[in-house]
Design a protein around this ligand. Structure first.
Ligand code: DGL
Length: 274
């Protein structure tokens, strides 16, 4: 379908269970300055981390259908949990659409660790998935991988609560067992967590490396857009962003403006996609 956005720009769709994927969108904005970015925060259904794979798959299919309906030429699943539950079926269903997915960055973390112990902070859904087991099988090598599900952290970011004492206690509780096991490298295996990186930094020692996948995902998207999509006749479009939520519009506008770092207008998804 034709995109309603400027014809000089490519339209790229990006979705997450909520506002966390904005941490990825920031990298995409820098990598593709000309593209029009359409972002959906599925905050009416957050968190995905405690939902069934079938539920997340159904949401992911609906959101991708909506993005394609707006003319998205490529889609980024800016969510580790939705990747684990739905990347495969999205790629089967939308087999001509470049779909960039994301997983906890085990490979770079294993390359970075000096103690040989890597900690993974992620949602329970990601950690229990077959995809995560396959990722460890492929990349863990001789490293010891210790994992920690983090209920409550996604909800804190959704509330815009990045610095409270409650959020700090959760961060302390979830990082302590990983540090105790000897981890010197922590994977932020959920796109909400980079927004908590300043707090995590306050809690863990300076020597601990934090690893996030946002920049790698943006690079992969750029590579695929340039390699797989037909060249555009007109060049030089000015990149813009359009934001949607399945949650409360006023709340989303406030929180997403704060996380994006500038005032944004957030529209409600049409009823059939809520
Ligand atoms: N941002 C999602 C991820 O990367 C969060 C999942 C959730 O909603 O629990 O896993």
């Amino acid at each position: 379908m034709d995109s309603p956005y400027p014809h000089t720009s490519r339209t790229i769709g990006v979705f997450d269970s909520g506002v966390g994927g904005l941490s990825v969108l920031q990298h995409i904005r820098a990598a593709l300055p000309d593209a029009h970015l359409v972002y959906i925060a599925d905050s009416g259904h957050v968190p995905y981390g405690d939902k069934s794979p079938a539920y997340i798959e159904a949401r992911s299919l609906a959101l991708t259908r909506f993005l394609v309906g707006l003319g998205a030429e490529a889609v980024v699943i800016a969510c580790n949990t939705a990747t684990a539950a739905a990347a495969h079926s999205l790629r089967v269903r939308f087999n001509r659409l470049p779909i960039v997915a994301m997983e906890p960055a085990v490979k770079p973390a294993v390359a970075a660790t000096k103690t040989g112990v890597v900690g993974v902070l992620a949602t329970v859904g990601t950690l229990e998935s077959a995809r995560f087991a396959a990722l460890l099988e492929k990349y863990a090598g001789n490293a010891k991988i210790v994992t920690q599900g983090c209920p409550g952290l996604v909800e804190a970011v959704e509330r815009g609560d990045l610095h409270s004492i409650e959020t700090r206690r959760l961060v302390e509780r979830y990082t302590a067992p990983l540090l105790k096991a000897g981890a010197d490298t922590l994977i932020l295996g959920c796109t909400h967590y980079p927004f908590l990186a300043p707090l995590i930094r306050e809690v863990v020692d300076d020597g601990i490396t934090l690893i996030d996948t946002g920049a790698a995902v943006a690079r992969e998207l750029k590579r695929r857009v340039e390699g797989e999509l037909p060249p555009r006749v007109t060049q030089g479009g000015i990149g813009g962003e359009t934001f949607f939520t399945s949650g409360d519009e006023a709340h989303a506008t406030r929180i997403m403006s704060a996380l994006w770092g500038g005032a944004v207008v957030v529209e409600s998804l049409p009823d059939e996609f809520l």
